[in-house]
Design a protein around this ligand. Structure first.
Ligand code: PLP
Length: 273
């Protein structure tokens, strides 16, 4: 596979990043996962804006949007179809072992990953660990994902595909790689950004297209919600048919099914911005 590194295309087998790259040694990096529609990046401007917000939050130099756009186009062009998702990674670059950053500048990698066809509905678990809604990294899409790796492994052990976190205030927050929505009395609600969740791009589109409300929700709303669904770049809108031991028979329910339909209709073509 051809990937983008150090300003040009390289073979993924021989491409090399320093073993002292801060992305590797201390998780000092940010990323974006971008789906492709008709061979083109979907909602790339939104992803680039979030990449810049994440970079600023980490004190990394602003990523060069033109370069990232060129890199995405070059990687899509250089690899044979079927084209999966683009993965943009931007790290603190080669640096000393420790938390101080070096001065050689950031590393930018753009690679392609597979797109897995997701089922219409899935099982989720809740985990006892909390998102910190007031942390230095809250809301940033950093490569420090180990907590998500652990939670997702727990979900897999229990036959689920996602793990949902509450925050330190006991409110519902998000999944390891998705945002969460609940349906109560026919109305759609999702936790506000102040809950500590990532500003998901699919979340923003789902709110705009369904009129979902941003509402503080206690974690136990999952025990009584009529319907639950997830949103993410890799899932689009996906219904939940089990939360922990609670079955939600018939998922996707009517409200989720409508949200899925609206999302499919409006996101089935390149959307940028
Ligand atoms: N929350 C977290 C922690 C994520 O990692 C992701 C996506 O990777 C999302 C939510 C969903 O965001 P998006 O819709 O932009 O993919």
């Amino acid at each position: 596979m051809k990937i983008w590194l150090d300003g040009g295309l390289q073979d993924s087998e021989s491409a090399r990043v320093s073993v002292f790259d801060h992305g590797l040694t201390v998780g000092d990096g940010i990323f974006e996962t971008v789906k492709t529609v008709d061979g083109r990046p979907f909602a790339l401007t939104r992803h680039l804006d979030r990449l810049t917000r994440s970079a600023r939050g980490l004190g990394l130099p602003d990523p060069d949007h033109d370069e990232v756009r060129r890199a995405c186009a070059a990687v899509l062009e250089a690899n044979p179809a079927p084209l999966g998702r683009l993965r943009i990674t931007y790290t603190g670059g080669h640096g000393p072992l420790g938390s101080d950053r070096g001065d050689r500048g950031p590393t930018l990698v753009v690679a392609l990953g597979a797109t897995n066809r997701r089922p219409d509905s899935t099982a989720v678990i809740t985990v006892p660990w909390t998102r910190n809604e007031r942390g230095a990294l809250t809301g940033l899409k950093t490569t420090s994902y180990a907590e998500n790796v652990v939670a997702l492994a727990r979900a897999r052990e229990r036959g689920a595909s996602e793990a949902l976190f509450g925050n330190t205030a006991g409110q519902l927050c998000e999944g390891t790689g998705s945002n969460v929505f609940v349906v109560l009395d026919g109305e759609i609600h999702t936790p506000p950004l102040a809950s500590g969740c990532l500003a998901g791009i699919t979340r923003a589109l789902a709110i705009a297209w369904t009129g979902a409300e941003e509402t503080d929700l206690p974690l136990d709303v999952l025990e009584r919600a009529d319907e639950v669904f997830l949103t993410s770049t890799l899932r689009d809108v996906q219904a939940v048919h089990r939360v922990d031991e609670r079955e939600l028979p018939g998922a996707p329910g009517p409200v989720t099914a409508k949200a899925m339909r609206i999302f499919d209709e409006r996101s089935g073509h390149d959307l940028d911005p």
